[in-house]
Design a protein around this ligand. Structure first.
Ligand code: MN
Ligand code: MN
Ligand code: MN
Length: 276
């Protein structure tokens, strides 16, 4: 049972790496990758060895493709490689620079302390929209996170600022430079037409991408079938994962998703048996 996509406290997940591993093992997962957004900090943490579960180091990079943000999962990476470190630093700088622009916009809406508040809440991570939203709630400007997004931070609102992510080619280059394999994450979630999705997959392959995440959480059979066809058409490997962030979301629970179609070659085929 392979779950090759989930998040820890190191990005926007709720559990510590050791808690993730324990929960995954309890759900029957035997190979797990913790793929935090633009950081491999989870792999610095103490994770007690689990006799039934092997860990494959991973990451989820945000990248720009034709002005859209898409996600690239990197698996079987060396989390301490120079290439990955370069990427993580560049993405962190992009986040910090964007946080400054969000704060500037909020200041013009009369909120003076946004950057300080969001930075404190982010606790060492680069602040993102959710941290600003939490600050607006904690400081009493709005009654709920939902309201914070509706009023200030949601799409089209004053705090909706584009991020200067790396290009698709660059993000894939970092992953390959770290010895890993690049996987186009949840291709059905970008709300692209079938034609545009094919262009994305074509560009992804040209940039060095090798796999599609055919299963991401509990998804419909029609989605799976469409991605299966794309995989076969482009001769790509297939990956699967829950995209787990926190307990209480049954549609994105560790190890709980449909199996990969049998026509496809899974990414782990090339990893061999015993090693990690
Ligand atoms: Mn997330
Ligand atoms: Mn994602
Ligand atoms: Mn994710």
């Amino acid at each position: 049972m392979f779950d090759l996509h989930c998040h820890s406290l190191a990005s926007d997940g709720a559990l510590r790496p050791a808690e993730l591993v324990a929960r995954a093992a309890a759900n029957g997962v035997t190979t797990l990758s913790i793929t935090d957004h633009d950081t491999a900090a989870a792999y610095d943490a103490e994770i007690p060895p689990n006799p039934t579960l092997r860990i494959v180091p991973g990451i989820e990079f945000s990248a720009l493709w034709r002005k859209r943000t898409i996600h690239v999962v990197g698996l079987a990476i060396d989390p301490r490689s120079v290439s990955l470190g370069d990427g993580i630093r560049q993405q962190r700088n992009a986040r910090l620079e964007r946080a400054g622009r969000i704060a500037e916009r909020l200041r013009r809406s009369g909120i003076e302390d946004a950057l300080e508040g969001a930075t404190r809440i982010a606790a060492g991570a680069a602040p993102g929209r959710v941290h600003f939203a939490k600050h607006l709630v904690e400081s009493g400007r709005v009654g709920s996170l939902r309201q914070a997004f509706r009023k200030y931070l949601g799409d089209g609102k004053t705090g909706d600022v584009a991020n200067n992510w790396a290009s698709l080619e660059t993000a894939i280059g970092w992953i390959r430079g770290a010895g890993g394999i690049a996987i186009l994450a949840h291709p059905a979630r970008y709300r692209l037409t079938a034609t545009r999705l094919k262009i994305l997959v074509g560009d992804f392959v040209e940039a060095g991408g090798e796999a599609l995440e055919v299963i991401c959480g509990n998804q419909g059979l029609d989605v799976t079938r469409g991605l299966e066809r794309l995989c076969l058409e482009y001769g790509l490997l297939a990956s699967c994962g829950s995209d787990f962030h926190q307990p209480g979301r049954p549609w994105a629970e560790l190890g709980r998703f449909p199996p990969l179609p049998r026509t496809l070659t899974p990414v782990w085929q090339q990893w061999g048996d015993g090693g990690s």
